[in-house]
Design a binder for this molecule. Structure first.
Ligand code: PMP
Length: 427
């Protein structure tokens, strides 16, 4: 029995499912998870001493690689000054100014502790600002686990929202309408029915929670037009895409500006952080200036601000990005060539440093439905072969992959050599 297996067995006794976040339990791929002891650059090392080339990057934050020297140093210095004060600090202003500089649509920003908090509050703010209750989201988009957002549609676009988890009252869920990602017509239809009651459209501008699905041409522009027509607030959830698909996120890459943006992951450099920001007149609706309440004992925590600032300061250098994109191309073009050579139906998606691959012969994957129809048996087999060969991919076919600045061409070539073996085993 490996040390990871022992730890997982032990964890079951005191932690539900042995994990503190469900997807870590390997339910999507079978088998038991590996327990990590430390990480450095492009690599993670498990409790058995095995090294993995890591394409998960703590689910996104590690865009500069694990254990980045400047982030580590800034964090150590902050720890020496004290862990939390519950008062304003100068670094919070620096953080707000940096985010405003980097993210095109943000005029004011508030720090929170997770992506979930950011989206939950952005929704409350949009509702308070518009005086409307209904919200619109897209099937397959994940925005954290707040009640209003843990909802998927029943059949038909206008069906009242049905909770996708017990514990969410139907009375809450009924205000959440769910339509089809990349299908502007489904959005137009629902707005024609009840657009004047819809407070907000919330969308992952590059979907990263149903594998990786970029927006179809015109999709984000269409959402912007519809929100303008009906006076609804457009929220881009850039918790994943922010600072990843371009330095200024999806709004910079696709040149569509939302009213509010939610951020997380990268802005904490690995510490627990989230943020929401946007137009001044909407942001000034939040307490203490405005009537919509939101607060947080540890929000803007000095250690988290130090880590996040050290990350964002490095990301200000736009020269970093072309290298990241080229590495994604090297990996995905290599995987496609190997799959083609092995005769395995396979296709890939990419947006900046986010990527996805699909065991499907259906050409480009642009919808949630297509993503769910891929060959899951192939994915599981490929996954475990890669893991055994020291490549750590997201343990689910419905998660995006992440490239970091620390991955070398040699790491990618080693990944492709492992993939050749994994594809051959599928034949
Ligand atoms: N929004 C998106 C787009 C996400 O990908 C996630 C988490 N993966 C969240 C929100 C929630 O963030 P957190 O896990 O920090 O609460």
């Amino acid at each position: 029995m490996s040390r990871s297996d022992e730890l997982f067995a032990q964890a079951q006794h005191s932690i539900p499912g042995g994990v503190n976040s469900p997807v870590r339990a390997f339910n999507g791929v079978g088998g038991s998870p590996i327990f990590i002891e430390r990480a450095d650059g492009a690599y993670m090392f498990d409790a058995d001493g095995q090294r993995y080339i890591d394409y998960v990057g703590s689910w996104g934050p590690m865009i500069l690689g694990h254990n980045n020297a400047a982030i580590r140093e800034a964090t150590h210095q902050a720890v020496d000054r004290g862990l939390s004060f519950g008062t304003p600090t100068a670094n919070e202003i620096t953080m707000a100014e940096k985010i405003k500089f980097l993210v095109p649509s943000i005029e004011k920003v508030r720090m929170v502790n997770s992506g979930t908090e950011a989206t939950m509050t952005a929704i409350r703010l949009a509702r308070g600002f518009t005086g409307r209750d209904k919200i619109l989201k897209f099937e397959g988009c994940y925005h954290g686990h707040a009640d209003a957002l843990l909802v998927k549609a029943g059949s038909g676009a206008l069906t009242l929202g049905v909770p996708s988890s017990p514990g969410i009252p139907e009375d809450f869920a009924k205000h959440t309408l769910t339509v089809t990602f990349n299908d502007l017509e489904s959005v137009r239809q629902i707005f024609a029915e009840c657009g004047n009651d819809i407070a907000t459209i919330i969308v992952e501008p590059v979907a990263g929670n149903m594998n990786c699905i970029p927006p179809a041409p015109g999709f984000l522009e269409g959402l912007r037009e519809i929100c303008d027509e009906y006076g609804s607030v457009l929220i881009f959830d850039e918790v994943m895409s922010g600072f990843r698909v371009a330095r200024g996120g999806a709004q910079e890459r696709y040149k569509v500006l939302p009213d509010l943006t939610t951020l997380g992951k990268v802005i904490g450099g690995g510490m627990p952080v989230g943020a929401f920001g946007g137009k001044r007149e909407i942001m000034d609706y939040i307490a203490p200036v405005g009537p919509v309440y939101q607060a947080g004992t540890l929000s803007g925590n000095p250690v988290a601000m130090a880590a996040g600032l050290a990350a964002l300061t490095q990301l200000e250098d736009e020269a970093l990005y072309p290298g990241l994109y080229a590495k994604v191309d090297r990996l995905l073009d290599g995987l496609q060539a190997l799959a083609d050579e092995a005769g395995i139906p396979f296709t890939t998606n990419r947006a900046g440093s986010m990527f996805g691959f699909f065991f499907s012969g259906d050409g480009p994957i642009t919808s949630f439905k297509q993503a769910t129809e891929c060959n899951m048996a192939h994915f599981r087999s490929f996954y475990h072969s890669m893991l055994k060969q020291g490549v750590y991919l997201a343990p689910s076919a419905f998660e995006a992959g992440f490239m970091s600045a620390a991955h070398s061409d040699a790491d990618i070539d080693a990944t492709l050599a492992a993939a050749k073996v994994a594809f051959a085993a599928l034949k």
